[in-house]
Write a protein that binds this ligand. Structure first.
Ligand SMILES: C[S@@+](CC[C@H](N)C(=O)[O-])C[C@H]1O[C@@H](n2cnc3c(N)ncnc32)[C@H](O)[C@@H]1O
Length: 342
């Protein structure tokens, strides 16, 4: 069986290592900068179950490759070719819920990924199936997913359930990046973590945001309704001046003593991950009992895995680690979602 995995450009080695932990014999072939074809002799169900259980950090998405078709770059002809292949691998019943997720490395100039999604989607809708667009539904229910990837003139197709893809979208950057950025790119990083880790934010009480400048995360938290203490020696974006629920402590965090309790703590400081971990342990008494925290660990250029594990070891004294992931909006870093043990 063949699969296509995706990852951040610089973490191919790490993503492939995660596959090898599941199947030592897996054969890998780089397809693009951010994706590799995996061939495994393991039983498909067993392979995916093991992979999910291993909770990979660097693999962002996986799809089976069950069909391949050579394209002509003529719109009508190609869309029909792709649909014919999709029909061979995906037969849905009336009322089945489905999502077509397409990705193209470069435009053909004639049509784009959206055209493929619409063309296939309309066919399945005509069969009485229901197209699903909600991220939340995709993340929580058994949705049938038809994944389509076009690289040059080759189109790869796979059919799976959303929960077996390690991610609810094969091209989530396109989906998540459609949200307008207001302060900075980092804003979407926090929004993605909240969405992916399904964090329920009450927006009540105080939130602490460390390494806050220029204020993307601070704005997201303030918009939820928190009274935000934003800590950073750097300047916050002037547009945040109008927020009465943001207080900026313009200093390094090690110089500040906090005397109030926080319902939520976030930290995006660009420091060594062990420093972040130690700081988070220092602050955990200020975090509400079983309160949540979202942080990033900035990774070095070598021995990333070791750094992550050493930092998690420190964090585990005071937190239950709920998720660790190199998200779509992360570059050389991972986002950690955790809960105060106390
Ligand atoms: C990646 S930026 C944070 C971006 C921010 N999350 C946003 O959404 O705008 C990292 C920030 O960490 C801050 N930082 C680094 N060391 C710090 C420290 N010891 N205390 C507080 N902030 C620190 C830097 O000044 C920098 O502004």
């Amino acid at each position: 069986m063949r699969y296509l995995i995706t990852y951040y450009t610089e973490y191919r080695k790490n993503a492939v290592a995660e596959i090898r932990k599941v199947d030592e014999q897996a054969v890998t072939e780089e397809l693009m900068l951010t994706s590799t074809v995996i061939t495994t002799k393991l039983d498909a169900k067993q392979f995916i179950e093991r992979l999910k259980k291993s909770r990979p950090i660097f693999i962002r998405h996986i799809m089976p490759i069950q069909r391949e078709v050579t394209l002509t770059y003529q719109k009508e002809k190609d869309l029909q070719l792709i649909l014919n292949k999709a029909k061979e691998i995906c037969n849905l019943n009336k009322k089945d819920r489905f999502s077509v997720q397409a990705r193209m490395t470069e435009g053909t100039g004639m049509y784009n990924a959206k055209d493929i999604e619409v063309y296939l989607g309309e066919y399945y809708e005509e069969q009485g199936c229901e197209a699903i667009f909600s991220n939340e539904v995709l993340m929580n229910y058994d949705i049938h997913v038809i994944s389509v990837v076009v690289k040059d003139k080759i189109c790869y197709l796979g059919y799976s359930l959303a929960e077996d893809n390690l991610n609810f979208q094969c091209n989530e950057y396109r989906v998540l990046a459609s949200e307008p950025i207001q302060i900075c790119r980092a804003e979407n990083k926090l929004k993605e973590a909240i969405c992916k880790f399904q964090v329920r934010l009450e927006g009540e009480g105080n939130a602490l945001d460390v390494g806050a400048a220029p204020g993307g995360w601070t704005k997201v938290l303030a918009d939820y309704g928190y009274q935000v203490s934003a800590v950073d020696p750097g300047k916050l974006d002037e547009r945040l001046n109008t927020y009465s629920n943001i207080t900026h402590y313009r200093d390094r965090v090690e110089n500040i003593r906090f005397d109030k309790p926080f319902s939520l703590v976030t930290c995006d400081m660009n420091v060594d991950p062990l420093e972040t971990a130690k700081f988070m342990c220092r602050i955990h008494n200020n975090l509400a009992a079983h309160g949540y925290s979202i942080i990033t660990l900035k990774l070095p250029t070598r021995n990333e895995e070791e750094k992550i594990q050493n930092s998690l070891k420190v964090l585990k004294d005071d937190y239950n680690i709920l998720a660790v992931k190199n998200l779509t909006h992360n570059r050389r870093e991972v986002t950690v979602f955790m809960q105060n043990k106390r």
